[in-house]
Design a protein around this ligand. Sequence first.
Ligand SMILES: Nc1ncnc2c1ncn2[C@@H]1O[C@H](COP(=O)(O)OP(=O)(O)OP(=O)(O)O)[C@@H](O)[C@H]1O
Length: 242
Amino acid sequence: MTQIVTLKGVSKSFGALTVTDAVDLAVESGEALGIIGPNGAGKSTLFNLIGGALQPSEGRIYWQDRDITDLPAAQRCRLGIGRSFQIPHPFVGMTVYENLLTAAIFGGDAQSAPQTCRRVLELTGLMPKANLQAGSLGLLERKRLEMARALATSPKVLLLDEIAGGLTEAECHALVATIRDIHASGMAVIWIEHVVHALLAVVERLVVIDRGALVAQGDPKAVMADPMVQQLYLGIDADDAA
Ligand SMILES: Nc1ncnc2c1ncn2[C@@H]1O[C@H](COP(=O)(O)OP(=O)(O)OP(=O)(O)O)[C@@H](O)[C@H]1O
C-alpha cells in the first residue's frame, strides 16, 4: 500500500484559537479511515486543510510524494481529493444529472463526463432521480447527491463529512451499504461521523480528535474500548462502564 495523503505537523490557528494542533496522519490508498471527536474538536477543519479550503498555519500536506500545501482546492480536486460537505449545497435549480455533470467536468474529465455520471448515479442509487431538480430532493437523497457530486470528480480519496446525520435507521443502513460499495471499488474513504455504529460498519482504522489533536488511533473496536475515548467521546467513566 502507498500513502496517498499525508499530514506532517499540521496546525491551524484562528487568532489565539488553535483548532488543529500538530496533526501527523497518513492515509493509505484504498483505506477506509474513520474520524470521531466531540463537537468543535476540529474534524471539519482537518477536511478543510486536506481539501485546500484552508491553509495550515504550520506543517505540510502531501499527495503521495508531492507537497500540495500551497495548491488551491480546485487543483487538489483534480489530483483526486473529492470532498462532501456536512451541509449539502447542490445547485438547487439544476437536475441531479446536471449537478453531477458539472462536478464531473470540474474534476477535469469532460469527455467521459456522461459515462462517469451514469456510473455514479448507479453507485449512489440516484438513477431514478436523475431528472429531478436537486431542490426537490428529501434529506437522504440530498446527502446521496452530496456524496455523488464528490464521486463525479473521480476521486482517489473521498472525504465524507457527517453524511449519516439526521437519517432514519433504515436510511442510515442503506447509506452504509453504498459507502461499503464505494470502498470495495478501491477508493480510499475518510469519513467523519457522529453516528458511530454506521462508521464502525465500514472503517478499518479509527482516529480520535480532541481539541485539534489526534489523541487515539488504531483498530476501531480497540479505540472505542479505550477508557480515555469512552470518557472523552461518550461521557462514560471507566467506573460506570465496569
Ligand atoms: N473560520 C473560522 N474562524 C474561527 N474559528 C473557526 C473557523 N472555523 C472553525 N472554527 C472553530 O474551530 C473549532 C473547530 O471547528 P470544526 O468545525 O472543525 O469542528 P468539528 O469537530 O467538525 O465540529 P462538529 O462535530 O460540531 O461538526 C470550533 O471551535 C469552530 O468554532
